[in-house]
Design a protein around this ligand. Structure first.
Ligand code: NM2
Length: 497
């Protein structure tokens, strides 16, 4: 039964994806986030780069390199392990789990936040605040608190998974460069150093710390990918990635609804693939979604809702595709040619050793491992500085422009407690469970976020009588006047008994 409850959540992703597509191509999608004539605040390239860096942490280096090796051994769809078919899916499924559905999950919370921020001119820094049109004054009471707490627990679970995976990988990188063996103490020290870096960045705020790190993040990532693409098996990478795109396009629905229905019957073994991978991933994206949504909303001024949705889904998916396509297939190529038995290392020495061994095969290996390790730290920092920032603003009752500095600092360190515990407990499934448990309640919050956006934007568009133009410019002043009048009318009318 509990399996069923899990597996069926496969569908959530698909549902959210279609909802977002619907919004993008409906009237609501044509609404401009900002005033008439306003240009997008950031150029599309930096916009895409920023949203990618905020939403993606060091996990893309981890899973991008090694995810295929898990699927190779326990493939989906009851396929036999290690066969050609299994290999094709192995290099494809990661791209799917980090693809359009995942990015749609990220974009949903951005809808109400961006809409209320730029059209109704109401800055929103709390999730409960974004639910206000639906729950009214309960947003200030216990229901609002529960919503915020669920979000906080969710994010801490997701962040726990991220840091508990990222730290051993960084420790392995450091070990390969310095010869210090990656003991638990070393890992704890690394976790504390990383936390200090993102605490400093969160302390210095959005405009300074977070932006500077994002730029660094992007250039180092481009460098690493280009290096592997050029010095790795360029042709194999290109062909395999192209093949994966086709496989996903062909099987999009099959992949997003596959619940392994027969594998526990008769002679078929149950692999647990849907719940250990697809559902885990959707939950993991979910727990990060409200915070990434807020960030996406903040940087999307001057774009239309449609541009925001399609931009996030398309550029985000392309970014993920590049990582999985290039570094994942590079590793797969070594496995297939026998140059390095990645799977054997994975099974006997663990994922961090396998990942670093893959990069050790490149020319100028120490230099590349150095870049890889630094990149992992920065990738963590760009995700966690903004997480601590958002957590701080959720707990603070009055937020003027930015949450208080000590508060941001506190959350940066609070975020490392969960991964510390998870690292001691160990085991991939424990890490996955942290995200799944955190993610489940957030599903309901997602619905509570979609609703107010639809309700508010639809009624504002109706009142504005603008259905024809490609871009709908809503006049904030008029909207606010109308809402004020409506509120007065409701108050004046005596309640029917
Ligand atoms: N997601 C993208 O660790 C990270 O990269 C942060 C993880 C949700 C799978 C986000």
């Amino acid at each position: 039964m509990s399996d069923f409850a899990y597996r069926i959540n496969n569908l959530d992703g698909l549902g959210l994806f279609f909802f977002l597509l619907y919004v993008a191509f409906s009237d609501n999608g044509r609404v401009k986030l900002g005033d008439e004539g306003e240009k997008p605040e950031f150029k599309t390239f930096s916009w895409a780069a920023m949203l990618f860096c905020a939403g993606i942490g060091s996990s893309i280096l981890y899973w991008g390199t090694i995810e295929w090796a898990y699927y190779y051994q326990t493939p989906p769809f009851g396929i036999e392990a290690g066969t050609e078919e299994a290999i094709q899916w192995a290099s494809t499924y990661g791209i799917f789990h980090w693809g359009p559905i995942a990015w749609a999950i990220y974009t949903l919370p951005a809808l109400p936040m961006a809409y209320f921020y730029y059209v109704r001119k109401k800055p929103i820094l709390k999730i409960s605040e974004a639910c206000r049109p639906l729950i009214g004054r309960y947003a200030d009471g216990i229901i609002g608190k529960i919503i915020d707490i669920l979000f906080m627990f969710g994010l801490m679970g997701g962040a726990g998974t991220t840091l508990a995976l990222g730290t051993p990988m960084i420790a392995q990188g450091v070990s390969s460069l310095t010869g210090i063996s990656p003991t638990m103490t070393v890992k704890v020290i690394i976790l504390i150093v990383c936390t200090t870096i993102f605490a400093i960045s969160a302390y210095s705020g959005l405009r300074k710390g977070i932006k500077v790190l994002s730029d660094w993040n992007l250039w180092l990532a481009i460098f690493l990918l280009a290096f592997v693409f050029i010095f790795g098996p360029t042709r194999f990478i290109t062909e395999t990635t192209t093949n994966s795109i086709g496989l996903i396009l062909d099987n999009f629905f099959h992949m997003s609804t596959w619940t392994e229905p027969y594998n526990n019957l008769g002679p078929f073994e149950q692999t647990g693939f849907p719940e250990s991978w697809t559902v885990f991933y959707w939950a993991w994206w979910l727990v990060y979604a409200p915070f990434v949504g807020l960030f996406v909303a903040k940087i999307s001024r001057g774009r239309t809702i449609k541009q925001m949705i399609l931009g996030t889904v398309i550029y985000g998916s392309i970014g993920s595709l590049l990582f999985f396509g290039i570094i994942g297939n590079f590793a797969l190529h070594m496995q297939l040619t026998g140059q390095l038995d990645v799977i054997d290392i994975l099974n006997n020495q663990g994922a961090p050793v396998a990942i670093i061994s893959v990069f050790n095969q490149l020319p100028w290996a120490p230099f590349i491992i150095f870049i890889f390790t630094i990149l992992a730290v920065i990738f963590l920092a760009t995700t966690f500085d903004s997480s601590s920032y958002i957590l701080a603003s959720v707990v603070q009752s009055e937020v003027e422009d930015e949450p208080l500095r000590w508060n941001r600092l506190f959350w940066a360190f609070a975020l490392c407690i969960m991964p510390l515990t998870l690292m001691f407990i160990g085991g991939l499934s424990t890490l996955q469970t942290a995200s799944i448990v955190g993610g489940f309640p957030l599903l309901f919050i997602m619905i509570m976020l979609a609703w107010p956006f639809m309700k508010a934007s639809t009624s504002d568009i109706k009142a504005s009588d603008q259905y024809e133009p490609k871009i709908i410019n809503l006049d904030s002043k008029k909207i606010l006047q109308r809402l004020r009048k409506k509120r007065k009318r409701v108050k004046a009318e005596p309640k029917e008994t």
